[in-house]
Write a protein that binds this ligand. Structure first.
Ligand code: FMN
Length: 190
C-alpha cells in the first residue's frame, strides 16, 4: 500500500485479535520513530515496549478507551492490545516542548504498524502516576503517550462530518468516525 492510501485508510482500532506481534516488528516501529523529524534534532524521546502478559494486564488498568462510546469501545478480556509502545520524553535532554516530536514519532509508529497489517490506538488518557510505578520509570521521563497495538478485530470507517465529531458504532459493530471536510479546514488560498 502506498503512503497516501495508508494515511487515508488508517483508523483507530480498539479491539484486537489474540495473536502476538513479533518482537522484530515492534523494534522496527521504534526504528521508524527514531528517524522521525525532531525539533533542533534534539531527539529527546525514549521508548518502553510492553509485551509480557503480566505487564499488558497492569498497563491496561492505566488506560481509558473511546470516551464517546460509553464502555462499548473498551476492549474485552480477549480483545486487548498485544503490545504497547510508551513514548517518553527524557527531560534531561529537553525540558519542555517535546510534544510535537512525540506526535511525529507516534504517527511513524502507527503508519509502520499499519503497513504490516497491525492496528493501533493512540492513548493519551492515562493514569500516569500508576504508569511510573508499573514501568519502573524515573521521574526525569515525561510519559507522553502510549500506542496500543494488535491485529485488528473490529472495523472502522471515516465518514463525512454532519455537525457532530462524536464517533459511534452501528448495529453491526462498525465504528464510524466523522471527519470535517476539506472545505471547512482550509481557510483560504493566498
Ligand atoms: C493525542 C491523542 C490522544 C488519544 N487518546 C485516546 C485515548 O486515551 N483513548 C482512546 O480510546 N482513543 C484515544 N485517541 C484516539 C482518538 O479517539 C481517535 O484518533 C479519533 O477518534 C479519530 O479516529 P481515527 O484515529 O480513526 O481517525 C487519541 C488520539 C490522539 C491523537
Amino acid at each position: 500500500m502506498n503512503v497516501i492510501q495508508l494515511m487515508k485508510e488508517r483508523r483507530t482500532i480498539r479491539k484486537f485479535k489474540d495473536e502476538e506481534i513479533p518482537d522484530s516488528n515492534l523494534y522496527e516501529f521504534i526504528d521508524c520513530a527514531r528517524l522521525a523529524p525532531s525539533g533542533a534534532n534534539m531527539q529527546p524521546l525514549k521508548y518502553v515496549v510492553v509485551k509480557s502478559r503480566e505487564m499488558l494486564d497492569k498497563v491496561f488498568e492505566c488506560t481509558a478507551w473511546a470516551g464517546y462510546l460509553k464502555g462499548k469501545g473498551t476492549p474485552g478480556e480477549g480483545e486487548r492490545p498485544k503490545a504497547y509502545i510508551a513514548i517518553l520524553a527524557d527531560t534531561d535532554i529537553k525540558k519542555s516542548g517535546f510534544e510535537l516530536d512525540a506526535g511525529a514519532a507516534a504517527m511513524s509508529i502507527i503508519l509502520a504498524a499499519q503497513e504490516m497489517g497491525i492496528a493501533s490506538c493512540w492513548l493519551g488518557a492515562l493514569n500516569r502516576e500508576k504508569l511510573y510505578d508499573i514501568l519502573s520509570l524515573e521521574r526525569k521521563y515525561s510519559i507522553v503517550s502510549l500506542i496500543a497495538l494488535g491485529y485488528p478485530a473490529e472495523k472502522s470507517v471515516a465518514e463525512d462530518y454532519t455537525g457532530d465529531v462524536k464517533y459511534y458504532k452501528d448495529e453491526a459493530g462498525m465504528l464510524h468516525v466523522p471527519k470535517r471536510p476539506l472545505s471547512e479546514i482550509i481557510i483560504h488560498d493566498v
